[in-house]
Write a protein that binds this ligand. Structure first.
Ligand code: FES
Length: 189
């Protein structure tokens, strides 16, 4: 049961996992979709340890800043009877999870050898220039976080970049920038 869930605020009003995971912590104004409580996410997948990764994905996807918040992890720990240290350890192991706030869109450029040889370095420089940030940083407007990653499993179309869940192959510097421009335009609309 969801209680006291307000747009723009992560709230917890009981010890039963009623924590909203969608809202804009930066502006407090965002409420773009259906909020799911942690309890609802766990119910969707099941309470077993084997579902933790899928649950963490959903929790992070629902976060306004693409990260796993301390409060969310504590609530998950309570519901699933898994220690906070265990959840943090799991989340820290996988690069797709972040314990730090990130932008609305995550740009991941593959830096493994096949992509590196195909020109990753120049594409990274072009992305850093367009976004005005270095790897690991978030743009001032909170729209993009730039990351590098190991192989995305699409080496056949190297060099490869992933933005959120979308994979882009055979990249060039100009194409990478064009993709960013398109997403930035729709984010501003
Ligand atoms: S090395 Fe880049 S996708 Fe595999």
């Amino acid at each position: 049961m969801r209680r006291g869930v307000a747009c723009g605020v992560i709230t917890r009003d009981s010890g039963e996992g009623d924590i909203a995971v969608r809202g804009d912590l930066r502006t407090g104004t965002f409420c773009g979709g259906e909020s799911m409580t942690i309890q609802e996410i766990v119910n969707k997948h099941g309470n077993d340890r084997e579902h933790l990764l899928a649950i963490l994905h959903d929790v992070q996807d629902g976060s306004p800043d693409n990260s796993l918040h301390k409060e969310a992890i504590e609530t998950l720990s309570h519901i699933m009877d898994i220690t906070v240290a265990d959840i943090v350890g799991t989340a820290s192991f996988y690069t797709m999870f972040s314990l730090q706030p990130r932008g609305r869109h995550i740009v991941r450029l593959c830096e493994s050898p096949p992509c590196y040889i195909a020109g990753e370095e120049n594409i990274l420089a072009a992305l850093e220039k367009r976004l005005g940030v270095k790897v690991g940083e978030t743009t001032a407007d909170g729209v993009f976080t730039l990351e590098t990653t190991s192989c995305l499993g699409a080496c056949g179309v190297a060099p490869v970049m992933m933005v959120d869940d979308e994979v882009y192959g055979h990249l060039t510097e100009s194409e990478a920038v064009r993709i960013i421009e398109t997403i930035a335009a729709s984010a501003a609309a």
